[in-house]
Design a binder for this molecule. Structure first.
Ligand code: KG4
Ligand code: ZN
Length: 338
């Protein structure tokens, strides 16, 4: 069995995965969303203090499995340094005490592996990763080979939902709130610009759209002067522009990539409006859409554990846990997800 730990942002999570069967034996996540809600985003120092309380509490419940553990896995990049360190410190201590190897896990690869929780891997796969920290399309050939085909030049998709919510005086995380309000809104009321609409670039950009939302809020007299219906209409118009942007760039990629299997992962992949749009696009291009179950779209230790199974099978671990550390920045060489 492998015990996995995730603490890259505002979710404290631990999972136990069985090596032979890939079964998820235990999974718990304590989210800090409520604690950060009034700040409009994650406050790193507060997040790290909350991890320091939540992680040991969850770990306590996993004690019955300790003597069966073959390895510990932990997210060590990318993410908030001070929160990653909480998980890494715990993972190192466990690995040293139990005398088992430590598997460092790249958080984005974890999101890709959220597709394979309690399932076999399926490669090659074209993956759109839309989270709070990243927006990119990755061609996943194998465990070893993951090539980035497109990224955001500025904000990520999740971040743009969070900032739009904040500008309308709504709470963090903005994604689920905007999606819910958009269901009650008129997506054609505000004509927001679809980013990079006339550009040949295969890249994403969301900061211009964010600015258009800000100007619209101002034109309505500020968030406090906006009615509930104004907010629902703006949420819907914003979400529509994000959808059109993602679809336009994805179409370009679909035209040049023959890979049949396409997936959306990351926190914003829980958005059903976006999922439906991709369902149609995949039909049109003869691709099969894959998504993770809703509970595994946002950060969780089950996906870290699933990736760790494949790493363990390839001996991709550190025998000396002390050699595993937080990786603050990693240069992308040749667009490979390292
Ligand atoms: O993957 P994740 O949990 O954390 C990162 O790795 O960043 O993603 C969190 C992000 C937040 O920005 C949140 O607003 C967004 O995912 N999100 C959504 C939805 N649910 C979560 N965005 C759009 N629609 C949603 N339903
Ligand atoms: Zn994430």
């Amino acid at each position: 069995m492998i015990l996995s730990i995730e603490s890259s942002c505002d979710d404290s999570s631990i999972a136990i995965t069985e090596i032979e069967t890939h079964k998820l034996l235990y999974h718990k996540k304590i989210s800090q969303e409520h604690e950060h809600a009034c700040y409009g985003g994650v406050v790193p120092e507060l997040a790290s203090r909350l991890h320091a309380v939540a992680l040991p509490r969850i770990l306590e419940e996993t004690k019955p499995w300790f003597d069966k553990l073959k390895a510990v896995a932990v997210t060590n990049q990318p993410g908030l340094g001070v929160t990653l360190l909480e998980g890494i410190a715990m993972a190192k201590t466990l690995a040293v005490l139990l005398e088992i190897p430590l598997i460092p896990v790249h958080h984005l690869k974890g999101h890709i592996y959220s597709l394979f929780i309690e399932k076999p891997t399926r490669f090659p796969m074209l993956v759109l990763l839309i989270s709070g920290g990243h927006t990119m399309v990755i061609r996943v050939e194998s465990f070893e080979k993951m090539e980035i085909l497109a990224t955001s030049m500025d904000d990520s998709v999740g971040e743009s939902f969070d900032k739009t919510a904040k500008m309308m005086g709504l709470c963090y995380p903005g994604g689920p709130i905007i999606e819910e309000m958009a269901r009650r809104g008129d997506e054609n009321r505000f004509d927001l610009p679809v980013p990079l609409r006339n550009s040949k670039l295969i890249a994403f950009s969301l900061s211009g759209l964010k600015n258009a939302v800000r100007l619209t809020v101002e034109s309505l007299g500020g968030s406090e002067a906006m009615s509930e219906q104004d907010k629902c209409d703006l949420a819907a118009s914003f979400q529509k522009a994000v959808k059109l942007h993602l679809l336009q760039k994805s179409k370009k990629i679909f035209k040049q990539e023959p890979v049949k299997d396409f997936a959306i992962v990351g926190g914003a992949s829980a958005n059903l409006y976006l999922r439906n749009a991709y369902e149609k696009l995949c039909d049109e291009f003869g691709k099969t859409l894959h998504v993770a179950p809703l509970e595994y779209c946002s950060d969780n230790a089950a996906m870290i554990g699933r990736y760790a199974l494949d790493a363990y099978a390839r001996n991709a671990y550190a025998d000396d846990p002390n050699s595993v550390d937080l990786i603050v920045t990693k240069k992308q060489k040749n667009n490979t997800l390292l």
